[in-house]
Design a protein around this ligand. Structure first.
Ligand code: TXA
Ligand code: MG
Length: 315
């Protein structure tokens, strides 16, 4: 069990080094505790999904020390500038397009062309982000299906055996998650109500926010929209080999695979490689992507969930 470490210069330095080495660190924000990993490291991000035991990949919020750092990863619009000036650091996450040169793991976006990005206000969180010098992907630090933790003790009870270190910053002052607002659509859409109110947002935006439920076509959760995950090539699952013209995405020992999710049959490694490998194989030089079977256990469930969406019939 990791001990709960009170926040001091020394524990911040230790937590920052732990993050940089690719391990998981739970840390406080003013909303809820986050389960953090280096957002530029595919394997570290995969460990988040493993620890949470989520049956599918949901995109994650990327935390930055300040607005300048956030701009290295996403394209900022004038509207994003105005909202960041007003609400950051704070309890709001903006969905913005990934920059072309974005170094963030594709897994934080779960295959989407966008990133949820946030500059939290909690003093300990900001110290950690500055000391780490890397963007930190963090969902709420609870196992899938459980409630979000607002004290370090909650995190320890739920995930204590799955994190390297828990920073104890006391009880979260807000206790509800950040507001998630999609700035890639006009008017912006409120994807999740949270710490920053709709009224406060609308006052800055100058118009009413779109509600994601107002449009019956809009997905409630991006993870539910199959086409977001679909490569342009047809995908064939659970096959030991490729047909002529197809690329073969391997799992386990496979001399014929064009790329391999994990030769060692390690599901964390496979999750870390999933989106990057699908992107690489989604090229016109092939007629389709054949994918070897992935066991339906642990992280394999999330991988298979995404692959089934990728292989689902298209319109
Ligand atoms: O207060 C919070 O937001 C906490 C702290 C740790 O920052 N984090 C949190 O993360 O609640 P999580 O993973 O439990 O919720 C993130 C929400 C999910 O509803 C997810 O679908 C949405 O943000 N989200 C993340 N990236 C997205 C994207 N690229 N597009 C649309 N929605 C996204
Ligand atoms: Mg959550």
């Amino acid at each position: 069990m990791p001990s709960l470490l009170p926040i001091t210069d020394e524990t911040i330095a230790r937590a920052a080094a732990t993050l940089r080495s690719g391990e998981l660190v739970a840390f406080p924000t003013e909303t809820v505790y986050g389960l953090g990993a280096d957002a530029t490291n595919d394997t570290a991000v995969a460990k988040i999904f493993e620890a949470k035991a989520r049956p599918s990949f949901n995109p994650l919020i990327v935390h930055c020390a300040d607005t300048e750092s956030a701009k290295r990863f996403v394209d900022f619009s004038a509207q994003a500038e105005a909202l960041a000036a007003q609400f950051w650091p704070g309890a709001i996450s903006f969905i913005l397009p990934r920059r072309k040169d974005c170094r963030l793991s594709l897994l934080v976006s779960a295959g989407l062309p966008t990133v949820a990005i946030r500059v939290p206000a909690h003093k300990g969180a900001r110290q950690l982000l500055r000391a780490a010098g890397i963007p930190v992907a963090a969902p709420s630090a609870n196992r899938s299906g459980r409630i979000s933790p607002t004290t370090a003790a909650h995190v320890e009870a739920d995930l204590g055996d799955r994190v390297a270190l828990i920073l104890d910053g006391g009880a979260c002052s807000l206790g509800v998650e950040s507001t998630v607002v999609d700035l890639t659509v006009s008017p912006p859409a409120l994807l999740r109500p949270g710490g920053v109110t709709q009224e406060a947002l609308e006052a800055i935006i100058g118009e009413a926010l779109a509600s994601p439920t107002a449009d019956p076509e809009a997905p409630k959760s991006p993870g539910m929209l199959s086409s977001h995950y679909a490569p342009s090539l047809p995908v064939r699952l659970n096959t030991p080999s490729a047909q002529p013209g197809e690329a073969l995405l391997g799992f386990g020992p496979s001399p014929n695979a064009d790329l391999n999710l994990s030769e060692a049959e390690d599901l964390t490694e496979a999750a870390a490689n999933l989106f990057a490998h699908l992107h690489q194989l989604d090229r016109p030089r092939w007629s389709g992507i054949a994918i070897m079977p992935i066991p339906e256990e642990g992280l394999g469930r999330a991988i298979n969930d995404r692959l089934r969406r990728a292989a689902a019939p298209r319109d």
